[in-house]
Design a protein around this ligand. Structure first.
Ligand code: OSB
Ligand code: MG
Length: 371
């Protein structure tokens, strides 16, 4: 039986990070996050827009996402008879790009549908292949190598199963060499966020000796062909992040052998329908995937946990405990990890955690409802 969304509320939050997070494209001290609340029949579903504060990871950013939702995405969904959450992605498909803005709305409707059916979100999306998802951490570029080593040590002691370190030209070969010297056995990988060009392939080839699990998105955000050429020269598997925005991109990239692993981010592919489609393409190619992160607050984090229960999410992802990002998260309980570096899934209907409305209102800067 279908349903009709009768109200959609956007909230714009400001939440300072516990520690700044630095990637090759810049430093983030404070997140600006849009939450999407969709209502039908007295039930609410929640989604989180995962874009950054500026258009540097990809072209999206919080200010633009708000307008995109308000002027184009919400009018296509509000008040429509929907067969189910699967109907949302096709309604948003005529919009070019803006996948993270679209994905926040799409994911909210999946959460709503799960609650309507009284099932956990992981079940609603067809997941449930595991009761605990394996977790790694993503550690940003630090002010010194000592600081980085200290952070890695701390996260390993907390039980995390693999370490991802951010790299950029000038913070790469020497730093990884020191990390490997100190931690010879750990599962280690590096993420360049598109900081290199094919001309710098020799520098990336120099990383082959460090037994990295993978190098994530070394080249341009839309350079599938260059990645194929680079992969042919590297022993280390390439993992694609920014390049994969649809199942079609995944299909093209894997056919070209542009990488051997895919990082799936819910927002980057426009929500659960897109994420499942990329997951399925990778699975057909025998390519493992893992769940990436965008420094999410609790709602996006909970959605990532549900996503990571699909069968081909074999490798430890970037989804970790709330306290690594926030002094206080907007959900209750907060996301916690087990001593062996996993997050246990929950069986409550929907995304499995409660919104902490009291705290949410203290971090909400703007709010607008559409009905
Ligand atoms: O490339 O995976 C990335 C954070 C912001 C933008 C891009 C990326 C990241 C991360 C952090 O690596 C993952 C997380 O801890 O949420
Ligand atoms: Mg990445």
């Amino acid at each position: 039986m279908g349903f009709r969304i009768d109200k959609i509320t956007l909230r714009r939050l400001r939440m300072p990070l516990v520690h700044f997070f630095e990637t090759s494209f810049g430093r983030t001290y404070e997140r600006e996050i849009i939450l999407v609340e969709v209502s039908a029949e007295g039930l609410a579903g929640w989604g989180e827009v995962t874009c950054g504060e500026g258009p540097f990871y990809n072209e999206e950013w919080t200010g633009a996402a708000w307008l995109l939702l308000k002027d184009f995405a919400i009018p296509r969904v509000l008040g429509r008879e929907l067969d189910g959450a699967g109907a949302v992605a096709p309604l948003l498909d005529p919009i070019r790009g803006h996948l993270m803005a679209r994905g926040g709305l799409e994911a909210a409707v999946w959460d709503l549908e799960a609650r309507r059916n009284g099932v956990p979100l992981w079940k609603q999306i067809g997941g449930g292949a595991r009761r605990e998802i394996p977790c790694g951490v993503s550690i940003g570029i630090q002010d010194s190598v000592d600081q980085l080593l200290g952070k890695i040590d701390h996260e390993l002691k907390a039980g995390y199963q693999r370490i991802k370190m951010k790299i950029k030209p000038g913070w790469d070969v020497d730093v990884i060499a020191q990390v490997r010297r100190r931690f010879p056995e750990i599962l280690l990988m590096a993420d360049a966020n598109s900081a290199y060009t094919l001309a710098e392939a020799p520098r990336l080839e120099a990383l082959d000796e460090f037994n990295l699990m993978m190098i994530e998105q070394p080249l341009g955000h839309d350079e599938i062909i260059d990645h194929a050429e680079l992969q042919a020269r590297l022993k280390t598997p390439i993992c694609l992040d920014e390049c994969i925005r649809s199942a079609h991109h995944a299909e093209q990239a894997l056919r070209m052998k542009a990488g051997r692993i895919i990082n799936i981010k819910l927002g980057r592919v426009g929500g659960f329908a897109g994420a499942r489609a990329v997951h399925d393409v990778a699975q057909r190619h025998g390519v493992p995937v893992w769940c990436g992160g965008m420094l999410e607050a609790g709602v996006g984090r909970a959605h990532n946990i549900a996503l990571a229960t699909l069968p081909n999410f074999i490798l430890p992802g970037d989804v970790s405990a709330s306290k690594r990002y926030w002094k206080r998260d907007i959900i209750s309980p907060e996301v916690e990890t087990t001593p062996h570096g996993t997050i246990a899934i929950r069986d409550e209907p929907g995304f499995g955690y409660e919104i902490d409305h009291t705290f949410l209102s203290t971090v909400t800067n703007a709010q607008e409802s559409f009905a």
